[in-house]
Each structure stands twice: as C-alpha cells, then as structure tokens.
Design a protein around this ligand. Structure first.
Ligand code: S3P
Length: 184
C-alpha cells in the first residue's frame, strides 16, 4: 500500500500546519490535502474572503488585533465546534495565543514548516503581501519573531525543513512523518 493510503485509513484528526510566514504552509498544505483527498482550508484566505479584503488591507483598516480576533474565531470554529478531519494552513502568528495553541497542539496532528531566516526573507520579499514585514527592518523583525515563536512551534508533532528541495519531495517527507506518527 502506498503510504498515503495507509494514512487515509488511520487518520482520525485534522492535520494543521504552523510556522513562520513564507515557509510553505499554504502550498504544502494544499498538496497534502489533494494527496489525502481531504478538504483544505487556509485560515488567512478564509478571513480575507469573510471580510472581503486582503490580509494587508485588514491590518491597515482594522489593525492587527481585529485580525487576531478573527483568526482565533476561525480556529475555534474549525477545531472546537466543527471537528471534521481536514488539512488546515494557519497564519504564522496563530499559535501565539494560548487559546489557539491549546486547540492546535491538543487535538490535531501538527506540523511545523521550518526554514532559515534568509530563505524566508527571500521568499517573503517577493510578494509584498505580508504586513508585518512592510515596515522597519524585515530581517530583524523575523529574527525577533523567531525568538518568540520557535519555542511555541516546537510543540508541533512533526518538524519539516522546507528550505531546500522540490515541493513534491518535501511533501514526501511530510507523508513519511505523518505515517510514523500514526503507526507509532
Ligand atoms: C502573519 C502571517 C501571515 C498572516 C499575517 C500575520 C504572522 O500568514 O497571517 O500577515 O504573524 O506571521 P502567513 O504565515 O501565511 O504568511
């Protein structure tokens, strides 16, 4: 049996991707969902669609706090109330509220997509979509963020390095890691 079929037959909880911005959560999450024939939800995309504005516009118009409240609400809905098994990609700051972390690390199969800061900087710099990097010194912002966030991301069940390699090879590492967890 291919490992994704073994995963499908054993998976009993949502798979959630956490990690810094531009580490591949959305792209890998979508690929993973397709492979496992599960629904995929990206919390940033969900919030943007609900509000009818981009994430950058939401930050600008309503402020980060409003965005964070909406983010917690989406996570509460997906992991608290409705517990269907899916693949969810979160925004980089999502696990930083204890309420969210409790749900994420308490009842899902969690994956930390990790990449070195210079790689993140290079990838994130390309899009201009990330409000937290649009002011000040982006490298310092990312390093300070990493210092606060890594201890939290470390609570994930699985850590996957996403700096190098083709997405399909990284996906294979994710599938192998998930299978190990489910068969342990
Ligand atoms: C954020 C990451 C973004 C988005 C928002 C804040 C963060 O999501 O939620 O700009 O605090 O790291 P991505 O991680 O998908 O870029």
């Amino acid at each position: 049996m291919m490992n994704h079929e073994r995963i499908i037959s054993r998976l009993d909880r949502t798979i959630i991707l956490v990690g810094m911005m531009a580490t591949g959560k959305t792209r890998l999450g979508r690929m993973l969902a397709r492979t496992l024939k599960l629904e995929f939800i990206d919390t940033d995309q969900k919030i943007a669609a609900d509000v009818g504005l981009s994430i950058a516009e939401i930050f600008e118009k309503y402020g980060e706090m409003e965005f964070r409240d909406r983010e917690s609400e989406v996570i509460r809905r997906l992991l608290g109330t409705d517990r269907s098994v899916r693949v969810i990609a979160t925004g980089g700051g999502a696990p930083m509220r204890e309420e969210n972390a409790g749900l994420i690390f308490g009842q899902t199969l969690s994956i930390w997509t990790r990449a070195e800061i210079p790689v993140i900087l290079k990838r994130a710099g390309k899009t201009g979509r990330r409000p937290l990097l649009m002011k000040g010194n982006p490298e310092k912002t990312l390093r300070d963020m990493a210092a606060l966030r890594y201890p939290v991301y470390q609570r994930a069940d699985l850590t996957i390095d996403t700096d190098h390699g083709l997405p399909r090879n990284i996906l294979q590492n994710i599938l192998t890691g998930i299978e190990d967890i489910l068969t342990a």
